[in-house]
Design a protein around this ligand. Structure first.
Ligand code: NAI
Ligand code: MG
Length: 372
């Protein structure tokens, strides 16, 4: 039996292409692992009405970790229209499998390193090395949403909230409510994860990203809990920044930042900003990490127009595999993989289209394997 069981979830679109590339490097590293394949993505929604079938959830329960490619998703009405005819009109609602995995397995940390590998022609500036920890289960992604707004909710809000007054005369279909729910436990543990990560990786500063001056209740709580945690880490500097300001400052001077921690939505937004500074979608990778399971993935989607063409850049997925190796404690293999990837980027002989070259997905994987 292998040491690790890694659920292999390519999904659809270019998810298949980039995962094939990632597998080439893991095989070349001779990781002692088996890779049972799991069904996930658009074809399973169309055929079964579930993009994350129960058998895949069961598979995940039996695995050490998972590698996930990408999946196509579509708005509710368009999704319903592509269901097998027998399944239509049964009230099936498309839900994002990745959001479901995060919630089902309490993968509360979304870890997103954004590092400018030297010589990458897509770097905004050389030397950027930021790490984002995004809260992954609560906040505006908690799924507590209303449209139309039920009368009971409107009447409760009328009696409890003065700022609700301008909305109280509206009929329920004229507005929508999405709840931003942040808990003490959720805020505490993600900020702690950020400080722990900083300490372990010899980082100097953690910036808590928020908008507590306006979103007083939920962001106020996040910031308060964060400050309490920070007191336990006197060796690491605490910094606090409003989410809007930090977007500007990150662009102006990325070197003033080190580790950033944020509630779910702000974390999502600053992740894309930071990913673009180090090469964009072909380089952005992330780990969804819980206490028992972690799922690693490129940040990009299924890019349907390139599906099956083996044209896109697999580096994001290969760096996600590197993150998985770190998480497994396979540090030597993780470092070898990162060094090989860095060497190929620096050399510049093999570049995919996004980097201005004409190399194909598996050419990039082969070049990295050759440098291992
Ligand atoms: P996308 O990330 O799939 O692609 C946008 C564009 O970025 C592509 O057309 C391509 O030009 C470029 N790109 C993406 N990955 C690349 C790579 N590895 N190398 C080079 N270029 C790359 O985003 P889009 O087009 O908004 O969404 C397509 C589908 O993917 C949608 O159905 C969306 O819902 C889904 N999606 C899934 C995600 C996931 O599985 N985690 C995340 C984001 C979107
Ligand atoms: Mg995103």
């Amino acid at each position: 039996m292998s040491k690790y069981t890694i659920a292999w979830l390519p999904g659809d679109g270019i998810g298949q292409d980039v995962m094939e590339a990632a597998r080439m490097v893991l095989d070349a590293l001779r990781l002692d692992a088996s890779y049972p394949q799991g069904d996930i993505g658009w074809e399973f929604w169309c055929a079964e009405g579930d993009a994350l079938p129960e058998r895949t959830v069961d598979l995940l329960k039996s695995c050490t970790a998972a590698m996930f490619g990408a999946i196509t998703s579509k708005p509710v009405v368009a999704a319903e229209a592509e269901l097998r005819p027998e399944l239509r009109g049964k009230g099936l609602v498309y839900r994002s499998p990745i959001v479901r995995m995060r919630q089902l397995f309490d993968l509360y940390t979304c870890l997103r390193p954004c590092k400018a590998y030297p010589g990458n022609p897509l770097n905004f500036k050389e030397g950027i090395d930021l790490v984002i920890l995004r809260e992954n289960t609560e906040d505006l992604y908690s799924g507590v949403e209303f449209h139309p707004v039920p009368a009971e909710l409107a009447s409760t809000l009328s009696s409890l909230s003065k700022p609700f007054r301008p909305f109280q005369g509206l009929s329920g279909d004229q507005y929508a409510v999405s709840c931003k729910i942040n808990t003490k436990r959720g805020s505490e543990r993600i900020v702690r994860a950020a400080f722990e990560w900083a300490r372990k990786n010899k980082r100097k500063k953690v910036t808590i990203v928020h908008k507590a001056n306006v979103v007083r209740a939920s962001d106020g709580l996040f910031l308060e809990e964060g400050r309490k945690v920070a007191r336990e880490y006197p060796d690491i500097q605490l910094d606090e920044a409003n989410v809007d300001a930090v977007c500007m400052w990150l662009l102006k001077n990325p070197f003033n930042y080190d580790v950033l921690v944020a509630p779910n939505l702000y974390g999502d937004i600053i992740s894309d900003l930071c990913a673009q500074m180090v090469g964009g979608l072909g380089f952005g990778c992330s780990g969804n990490i819980g206490e028992k399971l972690a799922v690693f993935e490129p940040s990009h989607g299924s890019a349907p127009k390139y599906a099956g063409q083996y044209k896109v850049n697999p580096i994001a997925t290969i760096l996600a595999a590197k993150m998985m190796l770190d998480w497994l404690g396979e540090t030597e293999k993780a470092n070898r993989l990162e060094n090989a990837t860095g060497a190929v980027i620096k050399e510049g002989a093999v570049r995919t289209y996004d980097m201005g070259g004409s190399a194909r997905t598996l050419d990039m994987a082969r070049a990295i394997v050759a440098r291992l």
